[in-house]
Design a protein around this ligand. Structure first.
Ligand code: FMN
Length: 437
C-alpha cells in the first residue's frame, strides 16, 4: 500500500480522490471525538505537559493562515518574557487533535497505591478533555480495579495496551505479550467491561509475529465483549518499529467489526492521514512519532481537510522557526512549572509507581533538563545551524542554560531575518523520536 513518503506529495495528492479526508468526528460510546484524530500514547513523551502543549499547538503560528486560528507575530522578542496569550483555551476543533491519551500506566502499580497518591499520579487538567487513560497488565482483577480508579478520576475513556513490545512489560505478560493468549484477553475484556461505565477501548498490534496474526479475531472479540472502539498499530510485536505499517490489516479489521476502528502507524503528514482513511476506511487516525517532531500536525490535518473539502486540493501552513521558538519556550516554561509542582510526572512509565512518587525535586529537575534537551533536538532539526545549537544544548547543565542557548540562537536568526523561513517538509520528518522498546 502506497504511503505519502513513497512518492512525492504532489503525486500522492493527484492519485488520491478529492473525497479522501479525515472524518470531522467519531463517537466512542457517548464521547464525541472531533475531529477524528488521536494523539497516540507514548511513554516518556505524552505526559500532561506534552498533551496540553499539543492541544495548544494551533496558537503558536505566524505562518499563512489556512482556516485555523492564529496569533500575531509582533511578540517576537528575545527578552525572556512569556507570551501571555498562548495559554488561552483551545477547543479540540481549533487544536485539530480530537483525543489525547496518557502514556501507559501499570494496573498493578495503580491498584496497590494509596488513594491520595493515585490522584497525584493520574494528574491531568480540565482542558485535556476528552482524555483516555491507558493501562497495561495481565491480571483481569487488577485491570478492572484500575479501570474503576481511572473512571473515578474523571477520565472520559479507559484503554487497554496490547501493543507494548518492551521486554520488561512482555516478561510479565503485559502489552503485546498478551497477544499470544486470547482467552486471557477475553477475561480481561469481560472483567473491565463489567466494572466501568465509561467507554472502554483497546490498542493492539497485528499479532506476536507473522505466523500469529490475531488482529481481526481480537477486534471481533472486543466488539462481542462490549468494547467501544479498537485502535490498531499495524505492525507485529516482532516487527517492533521496523518496516512499514501494514495498513491492509486496518482495512481487514474495519471490514470485520461495526465499532469504530482507529488506524495507527506511519502517519507523518496530512496527506498520509487522508491516504490511510482512503485506503482503510478507518473512523479515525492516531498519530505518534510525528507529533513531537511536528506538533502542528493535527492543525495541519484540519487545514488540509478543510481546504480539500472546499477546493478539492488540500493545503496547510508550515511552521516558521519563529513559531518553533515560541513553541520551545512555552514547552520549557510549562515543563519547569509542572515539575516544580508535581515531580512525579516524569520518570519511566513502567517503573514502580511508588518509587516514582518518592522522587525529589532535584531528580525531577534533572529529568526535566533531559526532556528539554530531547525536545530542543526534535524542534530544531531542519533549522539551518540547528546541529550547532543541539551540540551546545547537550553540554548545558541547567534548564536556564538550555533556554539561554535557544534564545541566543533564535535571536541571531531573527536579526539575520531568517526567522520567517518555513522548514522543508522532509527536514521535519527527520526529527521523529526513536522507536520505543
Ligand atoms: C517513545 C514511544 C513511546 C510509546 N509508548 C506507548 C505507550 O505507552 N502505549 C502504547 O499503546 N503505545 C506506545 N507507543 C506506540 C505508539 O502509540 C504508536 O502505536 C506507534 O508509535 C506507531 O505510530 P506512529 O507511526 O504514528 O508513531 C510508543 C511509541 C513511541 C515511539
Amino acid at each position: 500500500m502506497d504511503k505519502q513518503w513513497t512518492s512525492t506529495a504532489q503525486e500522492n495528492a493527484r492519485s488520491m480522490p478529492a473525497t479522501a479526508s479525515v472524518p470531522a468526528e467519531l463517537r466512542i460510546g457517548g464521547v464525541r471525538i472531533a475531529p477524528a484524530t488521536v494523539l497516540a500514547p507514548m511513554a516518556g513523551v505524552t505526559d500532561t505537559v506534552f498533551r496540553r502543549f499539543i492541544k495548544n499547538a494551533s496558537t503558536y503560528s505566524t505562518s499563512t493562515n489556512l482556516g485555523a486560528p492564529r496569533l500575531d507575530s509582533e511578540t517576537w522578542q528575545s527578552s525572556g518574557e512569556s507570551f501571555g496569550d498562548i495559554d488561552r483555551e483551545t477547543s479540540n476543533e481549533t487544536s485539530g487533535c480530537g483525543l489525547i491519551m496518557t502514556e501507559f500506566t501499570s494496573a498493578d502499580g495503580l491498584s496497590r497505591m494509596r488513594e491520595t497518591k493515585r490522584k497525584r499520579y493520574l494528574t491531568y487538567y480540565e482542558d485535556e478533555h476528552p482524555i483516555s487513560a491507558q493501562l497495561f497488565g495481565s491480571n483481569p482483577d487488577t485491570l478492572a480495579e484500575s479501570a474503576i480508579i481511572c473512571e473515578d478520576a474523571g477520565f472520559d475513556l479507559v484503554d487497554l495496551n496490547l501493543g507494548c513490545p518492551a521486554k520488561r512489560v512482555v516478561a510479565c505478560n503485559g502489552g503485546s505479550g498478551l497477544l499470544r493468549d486470547l482467552p486471557r484477553i477475553q477475561s480481561i475484556f469481560e472483567r473491565v467491561r463489567a466494572s466501568v461505565k465509561i467507554p472502554f477501548t483497546v490498542k493492539f498490534r497485528l499479532g506476536w509475529n507473522d505466523s500469529n496474526i490475531v488482529c481481526v479475531e481480537l477486534a471481533k472479540m472486543a466488539q462481542d465483549c462490549g468494547l467501544n472502539a479498537v485502535a490498531l498499530h499495524a505492525r507485529t510485536r516482532e516487527q517492533g518499529y521496523a518496516g512499514e505499517a501494514r495498513w491492509e490489516w486496518i482495512a481487514a479489521v474495519k471490514d470485520a467489526v461495526k465499532i469504530p476502528v482507529i488506524g495507527n502507524g506511519d502517519i507523518r503528514t496530512p496527506e498520509d492521514a487522508a491516504a490511510m482513511v482512503e485506503a482503510t476506511r478507518c473512523d479515525a487516525v492516531m498519530i505518534g512519532r510525528a507529533a513531537p517532531a511536528n506538533p502542528w500536525i493535527f492543525r495541519q490535518i484540519a487545514q488540509y481537510t478543510a481546504t480539500k473539502r472546499a477546493t478539492g486540493v488540500g493545503h496547510y501552513a508550515r511552521p516558521t522557526d519563529l513559531d518553533r521558538y515560541r513553541m520551545i519556550r512555552d514547552y520549557f516554561d510549562r515543563l519547569m512549572q509542572e515539575v516544580a509542582e508535581h515531580p512525579e510526572i516524569l520518570g519511566p512509565a513502567d517503573d514502580d509507581l511508588s518509587k516514582r512518587l518518592k522522587r525529589n525535586h532535584e531528580s525531577a529537575q534533572r529529568d526535566a533538563i533531559g526532556r528539554m534537551k530531547q525536545f530542543a533536538s526534535w524542534f530544531t532539526h531542519g533549522v539551518p545551524g540547528g546541529a550547532t545549537l543541539r551540540r551546545e544544548i547537550f553540554e548545558a547543565k541547567r534548564g536556564a542554560q538550555v533556554m539561554e542557548k535557544v534564545e541566543a540562537f533564535f535571536t541571531q536568526r531573527n536579526s539575520t531575518s531568517q526567522a520567517e523561513t518555513p522548514l522543508e517538509h522532509d527536514e521535519e520528518l527527520e526529527a521523529a523520536p526513536a522507536a520505543w522498546g
